[in-house]
Unconditional design. Sequence first.
Length: 161
Amino acid sequence: MSKHEKIGPVFETALINADAQVESFRQTRNNRRTELVEDYVELIADLIEDGGEARQVDIAQRLGVAQPTVAKMLKRLISEGYIQQRRYRGIFLTEAGRKLAELCRERHQIVESFLCSIGVSAETARIDAEGMEHHASAETLEAFKNFLARSTASRRVPGQA
């Protein structure tokens, strides 16, 4: 599909304003920088919730990366105030880390639910949401939530709660 084809009700006919394009690329680059941090914090929270602890070896296994790669990111997460790492005791989220993990889970759930509601299979929605959740704006997430609320309300039987 080219830039000049109809996409829904909007026609894209010309190059967008240079300042707007710069802002779009700036936001995308920023989202890419924070994406890894968010993935690690969310995974650490999931590991702690599931098994009571998060260990470097488990993170490496789940992400499919080498332990030195995880060690480097853990240092970054410590410096940014998202985790604490205690020798022989594993990795713990700080309050900031818990808040970020909760936010990431919520965004992921919104995107995944939206994709399922428009007919994407559950497996594909889970996979796609993993990347999309980091790049959707607050406005887009709010639109997804509103769509889901309307969709849920329209499926209710009149007279039932």
